[in-house]
Design a protein around this ligand. Structure first.
Ligand code: 1QQ
Length: 390
């Protein structure tokens, strides 16, 4: 009797271990992780991603979810640093048992957090990671955010259309941020490729508030174009101080400044800043026009790039899950099996999204056709909009 009960206990233990190892079936609604910045200065960028993801959840579930099985987004705040992103990823993977992750916000965070998901065999779609090398982090890492090498040069070409007399250029970048160092490499190369003179390269930190040293150096060079690679708060303050100290020429901001949440930082001095876009509300695909109509009806303004990309990340996961579900119902899969199959299907599929028709190369790099440039137009100190130029 005693012996039997010991065996029984062991069996129960083994069963528990199996369950912990993920042998139980996928629950309905199907949990999908969203790991973006909801706090810190990085939330200036992450906020629009939260809106885009939530809108996707509501919109997609309203249209039947995964062939009748709803999805449920599980949000974990990454904050603005690597530790926050690692924590969010670990919680989503082990505790929340998500099928995949859309996140994180910054490339700087992705280089730390993505390897954790890759080792756990959990598919990740970067919604806004644009630095060189992100899809190459691992087999389970892909992105819907086109790289700086493809997006950023459009801003320089557009600036030259606005002012063909541009000759001398100053470039500034945040040296403690992986995206900014990657983007400035592209900008500096583009400046040279266009036959322009790179008069000065200035560095700063994303935590800086005072840019007097850098602005003084830029003013000393008499440049006609300034190009900034930083994030919303530092980039906004730098823009403001350039104008306050007397710079009159064109300013290009990079993707880290691509949000109206920067307007309260640089206020009326944001006016005229040129920013390349991987998304436009005018993108003519049917998928985008349906998205823009529904989004605009709900939020009373057109979707910004980061919202459209986060929406696209969720959509790609669901589209891939729908294909898998047709072969074997999602709720019949175990978690480890589904994560692997989902990663495989994401890379195989073609997607009709707000970004246009997209797919992925073998590394998980997004293949996308249309890119745009917008210019900030301020109405007053706090409100303004992005006006699309092409
Ligand atoms: C990156 C980015 C961010 C600045 C966008 C939010 O492009 O870190 O790669």
């Amino acid at each position: 009797m005693r012996r039997l009960s010991a065996v029984h206990t062991l069996n129960l233990l083994a069963l528990n271990l199996l369950v912990v190892a993920g042998a139980q079936k996928i629950a309905s609604p199907v949990p999908l992780g969203i790991a973006v910045a909801q706090t810190s200065n990085t939330a200036l960028l992450g906020q629009e991603q939260v809106i885009g993801a939530k809108f996707a959840e509501q919109f997609i579930n309203g249209r039947g979810g995964i062939n009748g099985t709803p999805i449920k987004l599980v949000f974990q705040d990454t904050g603005g640093d690597e530790a926050g992103a690692i924590n969010a990823f670990q919680t989503l993977i082990s505790k929340d048992q998500v099928v995949g992750i859309v996140g994180p916000t910054l490339s700087q965070q992705a280089f730390s957090a993505d390897p954790i998901a890759d080792r756990a065999k959990v598919p990740v779609l970067g919604p806004s990671n644009t630095a060189k090398g992100i899809p190459q982090i691992g087999e389970f890492i892909a992105r819907v955010s086109a790289p700086v090498a493809v997006v950023a040069p459009n801003a320089v070409r557009q600036a030259l259309k606005i002012d063909p007399k541009i000759k001398k250029v100053a470039v500034l970048y945040a040296q403690n941020d992986a995206f900014s160092t990657s983007e400035t490499g592209t900008f500096q190369q583009t400046v040279k490729d266009q036959g322009l003179t790179l008069a000065t390269v200035q560095k700063f930190q994303t935590t800086d508030n005072d840019f007097t040293t850098q602005v003084t150096a830029v003013l000393g060079e008499n440049v006609d174009l300034v190009i900034i690679s930083g994030l919303a708060n530092d980039g906004g303050n730098l823009t403001k101080q350039l104008r306050q100290l007397g710079y009159k020429g064109l300013i290009i901001g990079g993707n880290g400044m691509n949000t109206s949440n920067m307007f309260p930082v640089c206020q009326k001095f944001c006016d005229g800043v040129i920013i390349a876009q991987a998304y436009s509300p005018a993108q003519p695909s049917a998928a985008n026009q349906v998205f823009v109509k529904a989004y605009t009806a709900q939020y009373k303004k057109p979707p910004p790039q980061f919202a459209a990309q986060a929406y696209t990340g969720v959509q790609v996961f669901v589209d891939a899950l729908r294909v898998i579900d047709r072969k074997k119902k999602i709720t019949e899969w175990t978690l480890p099996e589904l994560r692997i199959e989902l990663n495989r299907q994401i890379l195989l599929g073609k997607y009709k999204t707000p970004l246009g028709d997209i797919s992925f190369d073998k590394d998980g790099e997004v293949i996308q056709k249309d890119f745009y440039v917008a210019q900030i137009k301020m109405k007053d100190a706090k409100t303004g909009s992005f006006v699309y130029l092409k």
